[in-house]
Design a protein around this ligand. Structure first.
Ligand code: FAD
Length: 543
């Protein structure tokens, strides 16, 4: 609750904590190789925002190992013919029949054909919207098309401004880059974050005249340990990211762009020995060296914050049902449990809890509440109409026949988002950002160029559909940020900070989930509906 800066639902967080141990048992049973103590018990380590070691992990690849465990179990079900996979398909629209979600329109990405699927209920698990910022740690295919299409059909979008910017990513190195790489938060267990104390040393680093190792211990500013002695380097992500930005804004950045800080392992290598550090983080160090050509065993890593996770998402009730009956949202694409900031390891905890321990029960409540289910035919006019709508959108985009590639426009959108709707937001900056997004959207709609045709495989067309929705998303994020006149978690409004530069919440006026309701077309401002937060057991605190 504190990690989410008191903007999460108490009941949801309670439930998540309740079922979280089951997740570990479930995943161990699936074969996930969690780290173990010498005696065979599962090992724990600490993560940002936690003062105790309570995170189960698999070296520096927990997420990937959980994914492999889930995939292998899924493939057992596929083999047993209980699940049929439609790979290389993308959902383009949700079909509503008599007020209930009863199917989807999907595009076969290989043939380019649209197909209709009917169902008793629809569950979207389509991930977050971090790629609105173009550069993020997310996979390049991540997009928000399904969520935004559900929003257009009436599902509320909650807390879009809560975007997590992760402190430990490899810094941006040029404008030809299309992806950023995360260095796991676990590194902050043993790595110490610092910048030079003296501005002249920072300038020399920026010009490449000296290296980090040349700066003596007494001239290093371990700013997180200095500002937050209780948590040290393991402060929550939003705090660590803002602190890095603050130092770099003041000119203390350590690379040629001035947008990087050091993450240094020299002390832990001396204390624990290289072998132990290698055992804990070897794969991450190798990855860093492959990308930057520098060995973190010999020279401190350089890191900078990057967009990583989105706490906002499709609004769901306690049963994970959206405001459209029969439409459910799970995982990162819903807003459910993290409030204004997500703690390390909680994304997979929530996604796995939703999928294994919540939805299987709550969806039954929905299904049991129905009379005998009539089989819905995909020949119904609702399906035809939805398909026609998707087809018309594809034709519209293909027929723009302008001059600019999808990526060039997306990159520009990302730049606006980062500069105006990023780590430090202001009323003026947000208003400017909103105007710039609207202007760029016009450019997208009049000057976009998609090569090839809509038949067959056309990844540029698919990216254009995603970009159309990133525009809607960008405006949602910016408008939500503008309406929330306070700072909390991943949403930092520079006007609302303490003298020490910490986020200043306004619990009196903003103790709610902000749900945005679509008003019929993309150019019309959505309406804000407030879901008040109710806490029974937890006392909201200010420290
Ligand atoms: C680099 C990195 C490291 C991370 N490390 C950790 C960690 O250690 N611990 C932790 O707890 N969390 C971690 N996270 C966060 C966590 O991995 C994500 O929050 C989590 O994977 C989200 O799961 P999801 O299933 O909800 O969405 P995703 O994993 O994003 O999956 C969504 C899927 O839906 C598909 N999709 C999207 N749109 C459509 C559409 N229209 N039609 C059909 N399919 C669609 C996508 O292709 C994708 O396969 C990390 C994230 C990143 C990026």
């Amino acid at each position: 609750m504190k990690g989410g800066d008191y903007r999460a639902r108490e009941a949801n967080v309670y439930r998540l904590a309740e079922v979280s141990n089951n997740i570990i048992d479930q995943c161990v049973a699936q074969g996930v190789p969690f780290a173990r103590e010498y005696g065979g018990m599962l090992a724990n380590r600490s993560f940002g925002g936690a003062q105790v070691s309570r995170t189960f992990y698999a070296k520096g690849q927990t997420g990937q190992q959980l994914l492999l465990g889930a995939y292998s179990s899924l493939m057992c079900q596929v083999n047993a013919k209980k699940v049929k996979l439609y790979t290389r398909y993308e959902m383009e629209d949700v079909v509503i029949v008599n007020g209930r979600a009863r199917g989807i329109i999907a595009k076969n990405l290989v043939s380019g054909k649209l197909e209709r699927f009917s169902a008793n209920a629809v569950v979207i698990a389509t991930g977050g919207y971090g790629n609105t910022y173009f550069l993020s740690t997310n996979a390049m295919g991540c997009n928000c098309t399904a969520a935004i299409q559900c929003y257009r059909k009436g599902a509320y979008f909650a807390n879009p401004s809560y975007v997590q910017i992760h402190p430990t990513c490899i810094p941006v190195h040029g404008d030809k880059q299309s992806k950023l790489t995360l260095m796991s938060e676990s590194l902050r267990n043993d790595g110490r974050i610092w910048v030079p104390k003296k501005l002249e040393d920072a300038k020399k680093l920026q010009r490449g005249e000296i290296r980090g190792a040349d700066i003596p211990e007494e001239d290093r500013d371990y700013y997180l340990e200095r500002r937050y002695p209780a948590f040290g380097n393991l402060v929550p992500r939003d705090v660590a990211s803002r602190a890095a930005k603050e130092r770099c804004d003041k000119g203390y950045g350590v690379n040629n762009t001035g947008l990087a800080v050091f993450l240094d392992f020299s002390e832990s290598i001396n204390r624990l020995g290289k072998d132990v550090v290698e055992q804990r983080y070897g794969n991450l160090f190798d990855m860093y060296e492959e990308i930057t050509d520098e060995s973190p065993y010999e020279t401190p890593m350089m890191i900078f914050p990057a967009v990583h996770y989105t706490m906002g998402g499709i609004w769901v009730d306690y049963e994970l049902q959206t405001s459209i009956k029969g439409l459910f949202a799970i995982g990162e694409c819903n807003f459910s449990d993290h409030g204004a900031n997500r703690l390390g390891a909680s994304a997979l905890m929530q996604g796995l809890a939703d999928g294994y321990f919540v939805l299987p029960y709550t969806i039954q409540n929905y299904l049991a509440d129905q009379e005998v289910w009539p089989k819905v035919s995909t020949d119904l006019p609702e399906f035809a109409e939805a398909e026609k709508g998707v087809e018309a959108e594809i034709d519209r985009l293909m027929n723009i026949k302008g001059k600019r590639s999808v990526d060039s426009i997306h990159k520009e959108l990302g730049h606006i988002m980062w500069e105006h709707v990023g780590m430090g937001r202001t009323e003026k900056g947000l208003k400017e950002g909103i105007e710039m997004i609207k202007k760029l959207k016009k450019e997208f709609e009049t000057n976009l160029f998609i090569p090839g045709s809509k038949e067959g495989l056309n990844t540029e067309l698919d990216k254009a559909i995603h970009l159309r929705d990133f525009f809607t998303m960008g405006l949602l994020i910016a408008n939500d940020a503008l309406s929330r006149n306070e700072s909390c978690g991943g949403h930092f409004r520079e006007e609302y900070q303490t003298e020490e530069g910490e986020a200043k919440r306004d619990d009196e006026n903003f103790f709610y989930v902000g749900c945005w309701e679509y008003q019929g077309n993309d150019d019309k401002a959505p309406e804000l509906i407030k879901e008040p937060l109710e806490y029974e057991a937890i006392k909201v605190q200010n420290t």
